[in-house]
Design a protein around this ligand. Structure first.
Ligand code: ADP
Ligand code: MG
Length: 340
């Protein structure tokens, strides 16, 4: 047990406070002294922390370590361009659910490193302007080299897991090959444009608004944007990589210039929506089932004719989508996406 001397900070005389006393009066100098019961010896504190951080003490039998944190691996949930993505939880109580991007090839370490820097920067940049929006972006938890487990030595990036965002636009397109209900596409597009507006206002571009980076909330009207390894500041940004599977979704001017702009993000968002509507994102054509005004807006946005020169492009377009939807469908209703 640690021992402490309880003495008057004013005159150094010994004090004898009652067991649960919050304060006592020094019998020598008359000073009222507040007793702080929370003081713990450093050694005891360190020992308690070490025990709390030890996964075995919480019943975990296997874990992967990044920095000082230990994580119990769950299932592989997706394979990205450069990483395999696992669900995991902090190997202690209370736990914390995360997703862990495990890099496949060390050659791509700069991309993962850049994504980490972007996510951290965005938390600061957007935290000042639109703090309520922070939870809509991937929240960085840790990054570094994996120790323990089968991927020892690989780079990993950990982000907080947000329950419910289950379906990528790729999966939506697979399930709804002939296209989702256009009313569903209205809220989907508006959610993406809201995210882009916040990013662009903070001075950043995403640079890879593509079907695998858009996640739809199950049974609700939410969409999240992930995959920030090509994001950058608007000024001077160079495209760090191209997702070759979706090369068609990039505006030709972007492939030429290699310098992503807010307009490119917006154009790519329109192509993603055209894709889930069962249309052709490259030729910017849509099935007849899509109401004319909405189809025109999408086609124009996909080729960069909508909102050209506009300062707050994404937000302006978001408002425009709302107006078109009101004209075609009347008041907004609840139309969650149906997925198996
Ligand atoms: N925050 C997230 N929430 C849910 N799923 C995610 C999240 N981040 C990534 N994923 C899933 O992992 C896949 C790959 O992620 P991504 O960040 O694009 O990796 P990579 O950089 O390797 O391409 C995504 O297509 C998505 O299915
Ligand atoms: Mg990706």
């Amino acid at each position: 047990m640690a021992e402490r001397v309880v003495k008057c900070p004013q005159c150094n005389a010994p004090l004898a406070p009652g067991r649960f006393a919050r304060s006592t009066v020094c019998g020598y100098c008359g000073t009222t002294v507040q007793i702080d019961p929370s003081a713990v010896s450093v050694a005891r504190y360190r020992q308690a922390l070490q025990e709390w951080e030890d996964p075995a003490r919480h019943g975990y039998s296997q874990w992967w370590t990044v920095g000082t944190g230990h994580w119990a691996p769950g299932p592989l949930i997706a394979r990205g361009e450069i990483s395999d993505v696992y669900a995991a939880e902090r190997a202690r109580r209370p736990t914390e659910r995360i997703l862990m991007k495990v890099l496949r090839d060390p050659e791509h370490a700069p991309l993962l490193e850049h994504e980490w820097r972007m996510l951290v920067e965005l938390q600061a940049a957007i935290g000042n302007e639109a703090p309520a929006f922070l939870t809509h972006l991937p929240q960085p938890v840790a990054h570094g080299t994996l120790r323990g487990g089968p991927y020892e030595g690989r780079q990993a990036l950990l982000v907080r897991q947000t329950p419910g965002y289950l379906h990528t636009f790729e999966a939506v397109r697979r399930v709804h090959a002939s296209g989702v209900d256009p009313r569903v596409s209205v809220w989907m597009w508006r959610r993406i444009l809201e995210t882009l507006a916040v990013l662009h206002r903070a001075g950043y571009v995403h640079g890879a608004v593509l079907p695998p980076h858009l996640l739809v909330q199950h049974g609700e009207h939410g969409v999240r944007l992930v995959g920030f390894s090509c994001a950058d500041r608007v000024k001077g940004a160079r495209l760090r990589a191209i997702c070759t599977r979706y090369e068609d979704f990039y505006p030709a001017s972007l492939l030429d210039s290699q310098r992503p702009t807010p307009m490119d993000d917006v154009r790519m968002s329109a192509r993603c929506i055209i894709s889930v509507l069962g249309g052709d994102p490259v030729r910017a054509t849509l099935p007849r089932s899509v109401p004319g005004a909405l189809a025109t807006l999408l086609e124009r946005a996909a080729v960069g004719e909508e909102g050209e020169g506009e300062r707050d492009l994404a937000w302006t377009l978001r408002e425009r989508v709302g107006e078109v939807s009101a004209a075609v469908y009347g008041h907004p209703g609840f139309h969650p996406l149906v997925m198996p």
